[in-house]
Design a protein around this ligand. Structure first.
Ligand SMILES: [Zn+2]
Ligand SMILES: [Zn+2]
Length: 361
């Protein structure tokens, strides 16, 4: 069985033959039909958000077909279609109970499974992994899988597992943008484009896309942005102030840059709210002008759409089936596992909104 391995930071990934065990108690084995290439995976490659151990199998934005279930799994059967949730949803902890399953307290212990053992190996040597979506097949704890309707195409459902949920959820679940609000979005990659989709669903009046890549600004327009700003050519804070006559009601930072988060904060009017969605570097601090904060402005974080995957995945799929959420347009290209390095290149050079790998066709 083939999987994509990260053996050292800042080096090309390799596609190698590996062994997969399981499922053990409480686990499911899933044949991966689609795996989105997310910026978070790239953060692991560069060490911006380092992996827990090397070598490791990357990939967390996945969907596939349940191939086998371990003992004590009652919710899944072979043949079920599932999307991977970034976080577990034990359903019993405090956060799950209050509807914040994105912050489940029974997190799966990295770099291996809950019991401290691993499922991936190569000639007996352990390979670290979490979802390991960049693999033909993977074994995950059952509570990280969400069952979806069989008619939903799996290679499209994959991106609901991270980019779509993170972006739309930040608007709908975290900021709770109201109809008529003016929204600015700093960073129009895979997640940022979904913040724009979320703003469209929320009936925002102005949706201002900010990026430095022409392709991404064009994508943002096609998904519903009403204005676009090339941050390399103009000061976005000043322009947003002009377009909105005093500042946006909501600004989303979808890059993970402390300085851009400050710009997002500075672009909202008194009473407005900035939401930090991008993954920040380890140990980074964010500073904002205290006098601006004092004027009823808010600065919030939003992790993984601040949502409930078992609930949100299903309504997002319904919107897609109804033609009200765009997924086909977000996926610039499908590639086999062997082209994972090219997929990262496309992301870095800004010529792809999302690439989806198709491990087990
Ligand atoms: Zn992701
Ligand atoms: Zn929980």
């Amino acid at each position: 069985m083939k999987a994509v391995l990260l053996r050292e930071l800042n080096a090309p990934l390799s596609v190698e033959e590996v062994d997969l065990d399981g499922p053990s108690s409480g686990e499911v084995r899933v044949d991966v039909k689609g795996a989105g290439v997310c910026h978070s995976d790239y953060h692991a490659v560069t060490g911006h958000n380092p992996p827990y151990a090397l070598p490791t199998v990357l990939g967390h934005e996945g969907a596939g077909v349940v191939a086998d279930v371990g003992p004590n799994v009652t919710d899944f059967a072979p043949g079920d279609h599932v999307v991977f949730s970034l976080t577990g949803q034990c359903g019993r902890c405090r956060n799950c109970t209050v509807g914040r399953a994105n912050l489940c307290e029974n997190e799966w212990g990295p770099p291996y499974m809950r019991d401290g053992t691993n499922r991936f190996s190569q000639n007996g040597a352990p390979i670290a992994h979490r979802h390991a979506a960049f693999s033909e097949s993977t074994t995950i704890p059952a509570e990280f899988a969400v069952k979806i309707p069989n008619e939903m195409p799996l290679e499209k459902a994959a991106i609901i597992g991270c980019a779509v949920t993170t972006g739309v959820g930040a608007v709908v679940n975290r900021a709770k943008v109201e109809a008529g609000g003016a929204v600015a979005v700093f960073g129009c990659g895979g997640v940022g484009l979904n913040v724009i989709q979320g703003a469209v669903l929320a009936a925002a009046s102005k949706i201002i896309a900010v990026d430095v890549a022409a392709f991404k600004l064009e994508m943002a327009r096609s998904l519903g942005a009403t204005h676009s700003i090339d941050a390399g050519a103009a000061d976005p804070v000043e322009l947003i102030g002009e377009i909105t006559h005093g500042g946006a009601d909501y600004a989303f930072e979808v890059i993970g840059s402390p300085s851009v988060t400050r710009q997002a904060f500075e672009s909202v009017r008194p009473g407005g709210m900035a939401v930090a969605v991008g993954v920040p570097p380890m140990d980074a601090d964010i500073t904002v002008p205290a006098r601006m904060l004092f004027m009823d402005r808010g600065l919030l974080g939003s992790f993984y759409g601040s949502g409930r995957p078992r609930v949100d995945f299903l309504w997002l799929i319904e919107l897609y089936m109804d033609g009200r959420l765009k997924l086909d347009e977000l996926i610039t290209r499908y590639r086999p596992l062997e082209e994972v390095n090219e997929a990262f290149d496309d992301m870095i050079t800004g010529v792809a909104a999302r690439t989806v790998l198709t491990p087990a066709r």
